[in-house]
Write a protein that binds this ligand. Structure first.
Ligand SMILES: *Cc1c(COP(=O)(O)O)cnc(C)c1O
Length: 465
């Protein structure tokens, strides 16, 4: 190799880049025709990995080939059209290109001084999305590592807004135990954010669902009153738009009205469901989201960017500054548009370009069609299974289908084990309203009706004793 191993000559880089592109393209074809699930030999792999002690450099071509071979059999193939799994997408091509561009220029987005164009692109796309879901005209947004960072940001904003002295004194600033409300069916990472924020895991109130997977507004309102009676300080209500296990949407307008009456922060966790906003046909399902103080939307879910790419959108730009503002002598500037002063991260990667290029290339309409297509394929799977005597536990209104096999079948766990073990598809087991269900979610932009019918056949075969 000319140049060094770390910094080869530009001719050499171009040759490697082209070679890698060809290898990736071949790997994609292999993957789509192969098993969704790996046949991974942990012991053999551990032994191979132990061979890398970094004492002797290894030829680069050999390294690329080795790495791609490990990806072939060492990961569940979320980019396979019959991966009907957790909200992980097959990434869009524009998003993949954006990753390459970001890796090449490696801009630092901590400040607008160092990367004015990149910071402006991110603010533009997040701001447009905030307005599309109906937040106020001056709403802002920023990109996060994922939904988790965005949700964590919501909690810090809510605590700081509820008790400004939380900034200086932490949880002892509160007159009583701060508490916040999430549905029992929400993404339970909220529990660790309570721990991380220093208010303790017991600050999380799990509100019962209504029998159909949605947070019960009545139970929520009673829980807040009971907590106030005990001297606790409610700080936030979180409604989920697209629950992880069943894709259900909490009663967004009712939760917003309760939050307003009680004077607490209203956050909508639309990590997955937020992409419905792209579809003019389906965006109405998010009605009520416009009342939110803040919203989480993951671009790396239904907007199909590469991971990790989340967003935090808020109608209260000053709340971000109150939560994350730090002044230092060494940063190039300190203005309210510098991401390091308004977000949890400091050094940051240009992840927003993925959604920018994706939306610019396909438009809202192209993304809307992507979402609608997944919903239609979900309906098709539900219909196929109903025809065979199965029950659709969650109504499958969106692209998540929760299934119960007919009486006399083997257990749900057994069916999942058989389907996943066959390598023909990836589905999972989940709990829905107290019972075990098989969960299948259409996440891939190229899953076909033929794929869906094949999954239906696999499921029906797997349920037989
Ligand atoms: C995925 C998801 C999260 C967590 O987001 P990450 O991007 O995995 O960090 C939180 N809430 C909901 C509703 C989700 O779907």
């Amino acid at each position: 190799m000319t140049g060094s191993a770390l910094f080869p000559s530009s001719e050499q880089r171009l040759a490697w880049t082209n070679r890698l592109t060809e290898m990736l393209s071949a790997a994609e074809l292999r993957m789509a025709q192969g098993s969704v699930t790996p046949t991974f030999d942990r012991d053999a792999f551990a032994a191979e990995l132990a061979g890398f002690d970094f004492d002797q450099p290894v030829a680069f071509e050999q390294l690329l080939e080795w790495t791609l071979a490990q990806m072939d059999h060492g990961v569940v193939h979320m980019t396979h059209p019959r991966y009907l799994g957790l909200f992980n997408p097959a990434p869009s091509f524009p998003a993949q290109c954006a990753d390459r561009i970001a890796a090449s220029f490696n801009p630092q987005l901590a400040t607008a001084t160092t990367s004015p164009a990149a910071v402006a692109i991110e603010a533009h796309v997040a701001g447009l999305l905030a307005r599309r879901i109906g937040l106020a005209a001056d709403a802002v947004g920023h990109f996060t590592s994922g939904g988790s960072e965005a949700n964590n940001t919501a909690l810090i904003c809510a605590l700081t807004r509820s008790e400004p002295d939380f900034a200086a004194s932490g949880s002892r600033a509160f007159a009583g135990q701060p508490v916040f409300y999430i549905s029992a069916d929400s993404h339970l990472a909220w529990i660790k954010f309570a721990h991380m924020a220093g208010i303790g895991r017991s600050a999380v109130r799990l509100v019962a669902t209504d029998g159909a997977g949605r947070m019960s507004a009545d139970v929520l309102e009673r829980a807040i009153a009971a907590d106030r009676g005990q001297g606790c300080v409610p700080v936030m209500i979180v409604a989920t738009a697209g629950t992880t296990s069943a894709g259900m949407i909490d009663p967004l307008a009712a939760c917003g009205a309760i939050a307003r009456r009680c004077g607490v922060w209203y956050h909508v966790d639309a990590a997955w469901g937020g992409a419905l906003a792209a579809s003019s046909r389906l965006r109405g399902k998010l009605a009520g989201i416009e009342a939110a103080d803040s919203v989480t939307i993951d671009a790396h879910k239904w907007f199909a960017t590469t991971m990790g790419c989340g967003m935090f959108l808020t109608a209260h730009p000053r709340a971000l500054l109150a939560a994350f503002n730090v002044t230092t002598s060494y940063m190039p500037t300190a203005s309210a548009i510098d991401p390091y002063m308004t977000t949890a991260q400091w050094s940051r990667r240009f992840v927003g370009l993925r959604l920018f290029l994706s939306l610019a290339a396909a438009g809202w309409a192209g993304h809307g069609a992507h979402v609608e297509r997944a919903v239609e394929l979900g309906h098709r799977l539900a219909e196929r299974m109903r025809e065979q005597g199965w029950t659709v536990a969650n109504g499958a209104e969106l692209a998540v289908v929760c299934l119960r096999p007919p009486a006399g079948s083997v257990t749900v766990r057994e069916i999942v084990g058989r389907v996943v073990g066959s390598g023909g598809a990836w589905i999972s087991a989940a709990r829905f309203e107290g019972g075990d269900v098989i969960r299948a979610c259409v996440t891939h932009g190229e899953t076909s009706t033929h794929d869906i019918d094949a999954v239906a056949t696999l499921l029906e075969r797997a349920r037989m004793g």
